[in-house]
Design a protein around this ligand. Structure first.
Ligand code: ZN
Length: 603
């Protein structure tokens, strides 16, 4: 049974789920954070990887992809990229023509792709076995080196953008606007001062991960227990007692790391020439085509339009408990195959190739991390799908989400896109899959699945809205003002403003934010969820009005016209999430399904 909406324990469940989702939806190249593995076995280093890099736009020999478990791993050497970038510089100085430059530029891109592919491989393997210290150490090493790699690529771009060849390279090799973007290296982001701050940030994140990997908690009777083991064993008041102890004991030290991270990032904004870290994150980290001001307006609308619905649904008491049923691995496979088959040949082919090439890992195993995400293996131009099946109906939604990412990544050759656009495909796939499964699920199961998805969305709007405003307020604060008490107070205020706190539990609510991985590892990420969900909801709404229309829109939008959210959305003939009336329409659909008489009479 899943307890949904409001009630304290339910919120905790949701928080941990969303913390998991944080780990998914990784920005383009970067696989998301993990729990810190422990223990030993060290595999023999494998031969130097020679990824089979295929020409973008046509995937030749696609039926012979290398299975993931046969992909070699070797620690990449950042020197490879440094040497390749210098070779381009020397060729430009010598007045080389385009034909000479092209293979040198390819060598830079290959070195970059190999670095980030190794990064993903190390991360996936450390999540497949959390006791694998070799891969967790590799991942930590790669994470620290990543800002150097990004700095080298930026150097390459400025070297090209400031050369006589800039326009020709823009036309033949880079992207529209390249020459102007990289015309002046006094605008460079990765100064040595910035790289030093980014490395310090990586180290603080590693410190955070080490603390949350396997915390122990001292109970009121003085005994010390492993927190995650104890969480699984306890229910009711014993559970509440345990998490209370955890927050009491860990809030102060995690708050201290968090405040250091905030101050580091505020400093990054100063060094980077931005008015705030929020502005830096929107522009540089997430490359959004909407502004912090638009996001702020959106959060205010969530408070006036969605929060009242949330309170009404919660008060109805209809969704405090949801039956998640049970779905074993064989049945899950049958359901998923049926679902993807109903979405057309290209979707089915992608699914079958993923399974055949073992580019996914779905099953539950004891040592596997309980998270889900879709990292990019860019050197092979393929993604990977990682989840840890729970054996219930929720697996259908989890898989659909990650498969939406996978399909997008695979069909678009893992080319760059913003996370805001990426999250459209994943959330749309979840919603469209709901409308496909009436043959495969009992009426009761289908109804449960609709309830689970709609309450998830409702929770998502209020919680992620609260989280987004929390970050906005914390990063805007005077650094001197930042104390653990201040951070806790702001978080509690957000829980109250967004309607999901409970009287009498203020102390607990104020400290819960330490469970949200995003706050530590990917600040200003969370606004993506509600904004992108709007576009996914537009497809779902189309499908409900006219069966097949939502799916057609999804397939039409898949070969993306741009890496950006608004441009792609408008390009597909859909409305901007910020258009007047959009949140009201989302609210109406949720109201109809959650408070109407019938749930699953969708399409
Ligand atoms: Zn996602």
């Amino acid at each position: 049974m899943k307890k949904s909406l409001s009630l304290l324990l339910a919120l905790l469940l949701c928080l941990s789920l969303l913390a998991g989702c944080a780990k998914d939806g990784a920005p383009v190249q970067t696989p998301a954070p993990s729990e810190e593995p422990t223990a030993t076995p060290e595999p023999t280093p494998e031969p130097t990887p020679k990824p089979h890099v295929e020409p973008t736009g046509e995937r030749e020999g696609m039926w012979d992809l290398i299975p993931f478990d046969e992909m070699p791993y070797e620690r990449p050497d950042p020197e490879d990229l440094r040497v390749a970038v210098e070779a381009v510089g020397e060729a430009l100085d010598a007045g080389a023509d385009y034909e000479t430059l092209e293979p040198l530029l390819d060598a830079c891109e290959d070195a970059y792709d190999v670095f980030y592919t190794m990064y993903s491989i190390a991360f996936i393997r450390s999540c497949q076995d959390m006791t694998d210290e070799y891969y967790s150490d590799e991942y930590a090493w790669l994470d620290e080196k990543s800002s150097e790699i990004d700095q080298l690529m930026e150097k390459l771009y400025y070297r090209c953008g400031m050369s006589d060849m800039a326009l020709e390279l823009e036309e033949k090799y880079f992207w529209p606007g390249f020459a102007e973007e990289y015309a002046d290296d006094s605008n460079a982001f990765y100064s040595d001062e910035m790289v030093a701050l980014l490395q310090e940030e990586s180290n603080l994140i590693a410190e955070y991960r080490a603390i949350v990997a396997s915390p122990t908690v001292v109970l009121p009777d003085g005994t010390e227990v492993d927190y995650f083991t104890a969480l699984e064993e306890r229910t009711g008041m014993a559970y509440l007692e345990l998490i209370t102890c955890f927050y009491e004991q860990y809030n102060p030290q995690l708050a201290e790391i968090y405040i250091k991270l905030v101050k580091n990032r505020q400093q990054q904004a100063v060094v980077g020439g931005y008015d705030s870290y929020e502005a830096l994150a929107f522009d540089h980290v997430f490359e959004r085509d909407y502004t912090p001001e638009q996001a702020e307006g959106y959060l205010n609308d969530i408070k006036t339009i969605i929060v009242p619905l949330y309170i009404e649904v919660d008060d109805s008491g209809r969704y405090w408990y949801l039956d998640e049923g049970s779905v074993d691995a064989a049945r899950l496979e049958e359901i998923l195959r049926y679902g993807v088959t109903s979405m057309g040949q290209e979707v089915l082919d992608t699914y079958e190739l993923m399974v055949k090439s073992r580019l996914c890992d779905l099953e539950h195993r004891p040592l596997k991390a309980e998270i889900f995400f879709k990292p990019s293996l860019s050197a092979y131009e393929v993604p990977f799908l990682f989840m840890d099946a729970g054996g219930n109906l929720g697996d259908i939604t989890t898989f659909s989400h990650e498969f939406g990412h996978y399909l997008d990544g695979f069909l678009n050759f893992e080319e760059d896109e913003t996370i805001d656009l990426a999250e459209v495909y994943s959330q749309a796939m979840e919603l469209l899959m709901l409308t496909r499964l009436d043959e495969m699920l009992s009426d009761q199961e289908l109804e449960s699945l609709y309830q689970m998805k709609m309450t998830d969305i409702l929770n998502m709007y209020v919680q992620q809205g609260a989280f987004a405003e929390f970050e906005h307020l914390i990063y805007a604060a005077d650094p001197e003002q930042l104390t653990p008490e201040y951070v806790n107070q702001v978080f509690l205020q957000m829980c109250q403003d967004y309607g999901f706190s409970e009287d009498g539990f203020e102390n607990l609510y104020s400290k819960m934010w330490i469970d949200i991985t995003h706050f530590f590892e990917q600040p200003f990420y969370v606004i993506t969820y509600p904004v992108s969900n709007d576009v996914a909801m537009q497809m779902f709404q189309l499908e409900r009005e006219n069966p097949g229309a939502g799916q057609d829109k999804f397939l039409e939008m898949l070969p993306r016209v741009s890496p950006d959210l608004l441009e792609s959305t408008l390009g597909a003939g859909l409305e901007s999430p910020f258009a007047p009336g959009r949140l009201e329409k989302v609210s109406d659909t949720m109201r109809e399904i959650l408070l109407g008489d019938t749930l699953s009479n969708a399409a």
